[in-house]
Ligand binder design. Sequence first.
Ligand SMILES: N[C@@H]1[C@@H](O)[C@H](O)[C@@H](COP(=O)(O)O)O[C@@H]1O
Length: 245
Amino acid sequence: MKVIQADNYEDLGKIAGEMIFRQMEAKDDSVLGLATGETPVGIYQYLAEGYQDRNLSFSKVRTVNLDEYIGMDGSNEQSYRYFMNKHLFNKVDIRKEFTEVPNGKCEDVEQECLRYEKRIEEFGGIDIQILGMGENGHIGFNEPGNEFICDTHVVQLTEDTRKVNARFFDSADSVPEQAITMGIRTILKARKIILAVYGVKKAEALAGVLKDRVTPWLPASVLQFHPDVTVIADAGALSKCTGLY
Ligand SMILES: N[C@@H]1[C@@H](O)[C@H](O)[C@@H](COP(=O)(O)O)O[C@@H]1O
């Protein structure tokens, strides 16, 4: 894995944003894999503010998001669809029908998972996937456990994740208990991956990802098996990784 140290949050957004711009320059109908959470907001801001100056357009770009809470549709402010509209899709010239987020309000979640996998295939696979990482090492909503689940699936969120994500809700109890997430194989099929990690709270998990053996108990460690991963992280997140990169 290639590791780049960002000077600060803004710099992280810029480094990752530049990688996305390079991808769009190489292929105007790129398929971008997108993530939610606080870490990628700076990346989306960089993209939205800079794409026109670069003479780039999102009009042919297709996007697929990693995950969505079950029970939420796009009008719900805590949904990931709402998040994506607010932070990126409403600010660029993308065609909404080219943006995919799992439908958390679907009638049949199993069918939705199958539909999602098929849709990614129809798009021709993901060219570049942005990933954040939970404090427990989750990617998308692939939580620590005793196995890696391959394809898009329904997941029971851990209490830890619900507590951490409670900051976006009125209380921990209002955080949904389940989500739909791309699976580990879905993520690993992306041709390039950016793992964006910010803050000292993620230091322990990031050190594990860079130096320990691959284990489903630290889901992001599986990225060691991917041939083209760039980790972009600040000094806090890298504080336990001295000598590892
Ligand atoms: N499902 C998302 C993840 O995809 C994201 O990586 C994680 C970290 O978010 P943050 O960047 O806010 O720490 O949050 C959520 O749980």
